[in-house]
Design a protein around this ligand. Structure first.
Ligand code: CAA
Length: 256
């Protein structure tokens, strides 16, 4: 098993543990990760998911290069689609997925982090889409998600430069939400996960859905999607509890 699974206070923690290859991903790691995320999505005891890497050096050092060396175009198509599938599982998760990037997030590792809803990074984290150095292009969503997150100009610079950037630069261009010292990364990520857990799970899921589904839409299509989700919530206990709790001057209880 390459994925360690833990649940602490309704936070599901997934740790990619293949340290001898800096947590690089082969098909087995990808399949295990896909299954683990789906298991947490289905688990009523989990409200937020954190994804991180084992050790102090790497989040994920990318797709497994030694494996890719053996692939023909057909094998590469399967491998590319498998990686893209897990990025969709993460991005479509109705429960927020936070990447706690604790070191190298390179190639496919950067792309997995891009599929997460939020990226927190340690001070030592390094990001890159170095595929062009290998005669490749990003294959797990980098050409599509990176420009949406950091803007087209920054994305092109990173993808055709192939160079690494540190977490400060990643923060400056909007790739990273927050930076913490490595020894505080998990604690701070847990703190934010617990903040999210105080909020309505259905409201969170609908917000994520509207944000992601409207990415390729016109403004008017996005507004229509949003107003439908907004009004649907008024038929739920969650919204009734949230509004009533405010009026009664008490904290809303969304999860009991
Ligand atoms: N695939 C397979 N093995 C990898 C790996 C990868 N992506 N990254 C690191 N490793 C292995 C190394 O081969 C090495 O194993 P051995 O001891 O058996 O040789 C071990 O991990 C430790 O790595 P290094 O000795 O290289 O460690 P370092 O500290 O000197 O360097 C590094 C660290 C800068 C991250 C360097 O390992 C590196 O550049 N790795 C490759 C990063 C990369 O190019 N990733 C993108 C892959 S392409 C991709 O992901 C395509 C896509 O879009 C899906």
């Amino acid at each position: 098993m390459f994925i360690k699974i833990e649940i602490i206070d309704q936070v599901g923690i997934l740790t990619i543990d293949r340290q001898d290859a800096l947590n690089a991903m082969n098909p087995q790691v990808l399949r295990e990760l896909d299954l683990a995320v789906k298991t947490f999505i289905a688990d009523k005891n989990v409200g937020v998911i954190i994804l991180t890497g084992a050790g102090e050096k790497a989040f994920i050092a990318g797709a497994d290069i030694k494996l890719m060396q053996q692939l023909d175009t057909e094998g590469a198509l399967d491998f590319g689609k498998l990686g893209q599938k897990i990025t969709m599982t993460i991005e479509d998760s109705p429960k927020p997925v936070i990447a706690a990037v604790n070191g190298f997030a390179l190639g496919g590792g950067c792309e997995i982090s891009l599929a997460c809803h939020i990226r927190f990074a340690s001070e030592n984290a390094m990001f890159a889409q170095p595929e062009v150095k290998l005669g490749l292009i990003p294959g797990w969503g980098g050409t599509q998600r990176l420009p949406r997150i950091v803007g087209k100009g920054n994305a092109i610079e990173l993808i055709i430069g192939g160079h690494m950037i540190n977490s400060q630069e990643a923060h400056r261009i909007g790739l990273v939400n927050k930076i913490f010292p490595l020894d505080q990364l998990m604690e701070e990520t847990m703190k934010f996960a617990k903040l999210i857990l105080g909020n309505g799970p259905r409201s969170i899921a609908e917000s994520l859905h509207c944000i992601h589904k409207s990415a390729g839409n016109t403004l008017i299509d996005g507004l229509n999607l949003e107003v439908e989700a907004f009004s649907d919530l008024f038929g739920t206990d969650e919204t009734s509890e949230g509004l009533t709790a405010f009026v009664e001057k008490r904290k809303a209880d969304f999860r009991s």
